[in-house]
Design a protein around this ligand. Structure first.
Ligand code: HEC
Length: 104
């Protein structure tokens, strides 16, 4: 009986430890979109520089909207890079909330 209880306690601890961010379904969807649409240029870990693009962890919804839909920046935003390489992907408009939830 006792070893079994200990096993359950370990499982509960593991579940608790993992439930911090990836369990948010919106953020999980954002992760999938990010991995499929962004990581040819940005790093798989959004807090790192990618092969082409800068780190994007912490991007606001306004920034994502401007960048992804129009290829621009929110008024007054100072871009991390002065280049203009990233192509707008207006078809991703419905995914902006998910991307924002994942990258925040
Ligand atoms: C073809 C390569 C490419 C793809 C695909 C791409 N990006 Fe970018 N991204 C860049 C580059 C390069 C920059 C730096 C500015 C520039 O040159 O356009 C950038 C800049 C950004 C910025 C602004 C960073 C800052 O703070 O200045 C954000 C946010 C961003 N990308 C998010 C995304 C997201 C989210 C996706 C996927 C939906 C994506 N990008 C897809 C190449 C790309």
């Amino acid at each position: 009986m006792r070893p079994r209880l200990a096993f359950v306690a370990v499982l509960a601890a593991l579940a608790g430890g993992c439930s911090q961010s990836p369990s948010d379904p919106l953020a999980e969807r954002g992760r999938q979109v990010y991995l499929s649409q962004c990581t040819q240029c940005h790093a798989v870990d959004p807090s790192q520089s990618g092969p082409v693009g800068p780190p994007v962890k912490g991007s606001s919804r306004e920034l994502l909207e401007a960048r992804i839909l129009k290829g621009s920046y929110p008024p007054g935003y100072k871009p991390k890079r002065a280049t203009n390489v990233m192509p707008p992907q207006p078809a991703l408009a419905p995914e902006i909330p998910a991307l924002a939830a994942y990258l925040k």
